[in-house]
Design a protein around this ligand. Structure first.
Ligand code: 5AD
Ligand code: SF4
Length: 426
């Protein structure tokens, strides 16, 4: 989502006649987009800003901080890094063109920090780097209140784009030669078209998948509470919708899920997994796990390990709990020592690695359509993804000269590892 935010901001700047430079040193305006979901994000940002300081003194460069750290730290950034002139949170990108005018007029403490927005940032000027796969935002912000999460404070309340503007953007992208679309939102499942059409997420997904020229549609991210059976039915009915779902569970323990304010039980989560496993095309399922949430016990971790065994996820993103400013979990006490979080993280990684080795072995001997992303010079192989979002490294008789970028190639899978497959162009 942050990458795509940058694409939108770059598009807006280019529309106003700005040119993109390869390095910060060459630029007159340097914008630093930030994420504060985990770790000591604030500290990293201030360290980086310190590096920029010389440029400001020497050549009068203008610096701006964008994104979640900008939202979180606000005007404090001007005090700690006085060479910064612009601080804009991601909920205020709708105002970005006006803020830019103020900077151009020489103002040196310009902020966009209001969370009181009711529109999504709908720009026709997005500047995308990848010519085949495109992100399309359908909903911004989050109305959930997971007790560990900073997002509701940094990205503000949910705002859905109109279905017409989503479909128009996808059509424009298809005309430009894009064939793969990823619909984006903190919680795409709660998408609701604000126009009288009133499409829900499943309808939006299906309609995007019907746009001429689009061959693959993905979406991220989903919240189990709002995940409906209609989404799986839409995937069943629409061949362009990829058979991969990322459904963050966070923990396999009901006790921890309650503390996290996730609004579902393990059983309800597993019910949704059951819908996916009953889908017509075999579906890959991935998830996010947090270990070391305040008060988490060995028994809770065992519940999480048990859930991994039960679901047999294709991949997980496994994070150590990190305290975030303003979040309710901060006050929950009983914080787990870093070392113990590390042990739990390893336990989960090890269990999942075994599951992935077994899972991926099932792909050997079959042929899959791969959307090619790049050529790996080090291995001499092309690299791309199947509809299930499996990474495939494959050789081609003509090697790099085959020029397969952006193409869909049938690949026979010969070998499988825990994180990727290896094959040959069929
Ligand atoms: N600590 C650790 N992981 C977090 N995530 C969100 N907030 C935190 C936090 N405070 C993880 C969740 C979420 C993913 C995007 O980041 O697993 O699904
Ligand atoms: Fe954060 Fe929860 Fe919203 Fe996801 S659903 S962005 S974890 S508050």
């Amino acid at each position: 989502m942050n990458v795509h935010d940058s694409e939108k901001v770059i598009g807006t700047l280019r529309e106003r006649g700005y040119l993109q430079k390869a390095t910060a040193e060459e630029a007159g305006l340097v914008l630093y987009n930030t994420c504060s979901i985990r770790d000591k994000a604030e500290q990293k940002v201030f360290n980086k800003l310190q590096n920029f300081k010389k440029g400001a003194a020497k050549s009068g460069q203008v610096f701006g901080v964008l994104g979640c750290v900008a939202q979180q730290e606000g005007e404090k950034i001007f005090d700690r890094a006085p060479h910064v002139s612009l601080v804009v949170g991601s909920a205020s990108y709708t105002k970005f063109p006006e803020l830019l005018v103020q900077i151009e007029q020489g103002e040196r403490r310009v902020t966009g920090l209001s969370l009181d927005v009711d529109e999504a940032f709908d720009t026709p000027y997005t500047r995308r780097d990848n010519p085949y796969r495109a992100f399309v935002t359908i909903i911004e912000g989050c109305d959930k209140a997971c007790s560990y999460c900073v997002v509701p404070f940094t990205r503000g309340p949910e705002r859905s784009r109109t279905a017409d503007s989503v479909i128009d953007e996808v059509r424009r992208l298809a005309d430009l030669g894009y064939s793969e679309i990823t619909l984006l939102g903190q919680n795409v499942n709660s998408y609701r078209d604000p126009s009288p059409k009133g499409w829900d997420f499943a309808t939006c997904l299906e309609r995007v998948g019907q746009v001429k020229g689009i061959r693959r549609v993905r979406f991220t991210t989903s919240h189990p509470r709002d995940f409906t059976k209609a989404i799986v039915e839409a995937i069943d009915a629409t061949p362009t919708l990829c058979n991969h779902i990322h459904l963050p569970v966070q923990s396999g323990s009901d006790r921890v899920l309650t503390g996290m304010q996730r609004l579902y039980t393990r059983e309800q989560y597993l019910e949704r997994i059951g819908w996916m496993k009953a889908a017509k095309r075999p579906m890959t399922i991935t998830t996010d796990i947090i270990v070391g949430f305040p008060g988490e016990t060995d028994e809770d971790i065992d519940d999480t390990l048990g859930l991994l065994d039960e679901v047999q996820f294709d991949a997980i993103f496994n994070f150590k709990y990190s305290q975030r400013p303003n979040t309710p979990a901060l006050g929950m006490g009983d914080h787990i020592p870093e070392e113990e979080k590390g042990r739990r993280h390893m336990k989960v990684q090890e269990r999942q690695r075994m599951i992935q080795i077994q899972n991926n072995a099932n792909y050997v001997g079959d042929t899959y359509e791969v959307h090619v992303e790049f050529f790996n010079l080090a291995t001499g192989q092309w690299v791309g993804k199947t509809t299930q979002h499996k990474t495939v490294n494959f050789s081609h008789p003509s090697g790099q000269a085959a020029n397969l970028l952006g193409q869909y190639v049938d690949v026979l899978v010969m070998r499988a590892g825990p994180v990727s497959l290896v094959g040959e162009a069929a």
